[in-house]
Design a protein around this ligand. Structure first.
Ligand code: GTP
Ligand code: ZN
Length: 347
């Protein structure tokens, strides 16, 4: 019998459901009256149809007439009737990404139950600190661990310059530079893609999201086609992703690809901004005024930190503009006495 030097005899062998990302968080939500239902995970959402996976593989989900596919996100866990295949209920989400739809008023669901968000950008003209900050705010707000993935490192003279700049964006932020067309992603991203873990890839069009997903899933497995990624020609005649879907990573977790996002607005993400600019958020309580804007007030701890060089002036500038945008775009609802309160985060 082979001996594995690091094998832990007490180590937990994941159940087939755990391999799909199931955990106690979801199991605890199943009511006694629901024990005859089966958990399924949403693999792709279409206008009139939802495809799911369960322990036996890909499976369709029937939606009752009072439910709308737009209310479901890739990565969601639902309970279904095993006999009719009818979706009965959705379990609460551990994490959820949503973004304000362009021109629209509602929030558009991007993905749910994502453990780590792979924020892809390339080591070239696409590299933009302000855009990365928006994605970081989105990940922080959703409760997922952000990881910056710098693609096309093979085309850069010195990818290290990009790595250093990205690392400075947020405390303890993991940053990896790789060639998405080589085997790099498989080993370099493995620690976020363990058994039962789910990652999602976001970023602008053309940065290499699909290439990354194909490399991680082993394109030869054709799992991309099976779970329903759609590639269409865009205005420039390039192939581009138009639908999100969940793909299996051989020997590991799950990866969700998303279409390129043109404009990412920040809205209702105050906590996410505080995490991104932790050095500023932590100083604020030491300002003389509780509602200090850190611009002109006497006794401002943040301005003092900028003067001493402990906080970078451009960070304060970017913090201010993100916060202003967030304030402008966050819907305000009337409170009990007509006072305005920001809308509550809703999963
Ligand atoms: N040299 C190099 N080329 C890459 C790398 N990653 C992606 N590419 C190329 O960049 C182009 C765009 O890659 P895609 O994977 O289609 O980009 P995408 O982000 O999925 O784009 P959308 O589907 O439009 O959102 C393709 O020609 C890829 O072969 C990389 O790390 N190095
Ligand atoms: Zn201040």
């Amino acid at each position: 019998m082979p001996v594995f030097p690091n094998a832990d005899p007490s180590s937990h062998i994941p159940s087939p459901l755990e391999l799909l990302g199931w955990s106690e968080f979801f199991a605890d939500q199943v009511k006694p009256s629901e024990v005859d239902l089966v958990p399924r995970r949403v693999a792709s959402v279409h206008r009139a149809r939802i495809d799911a996976i369960d322990v036996s593989g890909p499976i369709g989900l029937e939606l009752p007439p009072n439910m709308n596919t737009a209310d479901f996100a890739v990565g969601d866990w639902v309970l279904a009737d095993p006999l009719t295949g009818m979706l009965v209920s959705r379990l609460d989400r551990k994490t959820v990404f949503q973004r304000r739809s362009e021109g629209g008023h509602g929030q558009q669901l991007v993905a749910a139950n994502v453990d780590s968000l792979l924020i892809a950008t390339s080591c070239n003209a696409d590299f933009n600190l302000a855009r990365l900050e928006r994605y970081l705010v989105m990940a922080n707000q959703a409760g997922s661990n952000p990881v910056i993935v710098l693609t096309k490192a093979d085309t850069a003279d010195d990818a290290g310059i990009f790595v250093e700049q990205a690392k400075a964006l947020q405390r303890d932020l993991p940053v990896v530079a790789l060639n998405a067309r080589s085997a790099d992603p498989v080993s370099m991203l493995r620690r976020w893609c363990g058994v039962g873990q789910t990652v999602a890839v976001v970023g602008s069009s053309g940065v290499g999201k699909s290439t990354l997903v194909n490399t991680m899933t082993g394109a030869a497995s054709q799992s991309g086609q099976k779970t329903g990624t759609i590639r269409e020609h865009d205005a420039q005649g390039r192939h581009t992703t138009t639908a999100r879907s969940l793909h299996a990573i051989p020997g590991g977790g799950w990866i969700i690809d998303t279409p390129g996002i043109r404009t990412l607005y920040v809205s209702d993400v105050t906590d996410g901004i505080d995490t991104l600019f932790a050095e500023i958020a932590e100083l604020a309580p030491r300002c003389r005024f509780r509602d200090c804007t850190h611009t002109h007030e006497p006794g401002c701890a943040v301005q003092a930190a900028v003067a001493s060089g402990a906080v970078a002036a451009d960070r304060l500038e970017r913090w201010r503009s993100l916060l202003a945008e967030n304030r402008d775009r966050t819907p305000v609802v009337s409170g009990p006495r007509g006072n305005k309160i920001a809308s509550k985060k809703k999963y």
